[in-house]
Design a protein around this ligand. Structure first.
Ligand code: SF4
Ligand code: SF4
Length: 138
């Protein structure tokens, strides 16, 4: 993991900001068909192995789920990963636990836009604008 992971919280001691992010994220996950599969992740790393662009990510798909569990959504939103994801669904198709990895990354992207949390030195403005346009079209 090469991302600048800011802090690892002990569950139950989340900051106000992290708690707000977590609540919004869990609400979005609830609306994803099969979203509750997130709980079933066994950290096997198959998603990362299947991802054609993981070599460009600062946090791998497996690590995204590990950071969520560790109570550090802010670090995920500050990473390039959610913007680099090409939405190819290879991770989701290969996951042995049926975790909806791609849709979870979409939810995190929406959360980043809503909370204006973006990675530094990355053309996220163009990407977030195109995501908003796509969200409106869909
Ligand atoms: S492939 Fe599925 S179970 Fe394995 S680390 Fe990725 S999300 Fe978790
Ligand atoms: S959907 Fe995104 S994270 Fe999953 S394999 Fe494709 S590019 Fe990688």
């Amino acid at each position: 993991m090469t991302a600048n992971v800011k802090k690892i919280h002990i569950p139950g001691t989340l900051s106000k900001k992290e708690k707000k992010l977590r609540d919004s994220f869990l609400l979005q996950v609830k609306n994803i068909p099969g979203g509750e599969s997130l709980k079933k992740c066994i950290q096997c790393g198959t998603c990362t192995g299947a991802c054609p662009v993981s070599y460009m990510m600062d946090i791998t798909p497996r690590e995204v789920i590990a950071l969520f569990r560790a109570g550090d959504i802010e670090s995920i939103l500050s990473s390039r990963t959610i913007w680099i994801c090409a939405s190819c669904y290879a991770c989701t198709v290969r996951c042995p636990q049926g975790v909806m990895v791609t849709d979870i990354l979409y939810a995190l992207k929406r959360l980043a836009i809503e909370n204006k949390i973006f990675p530094k030195r990355f053309p996220f403005f163009a990407l977030s604008e195109s995501s908003i346009v796509w969200a409106r079209v869909m």
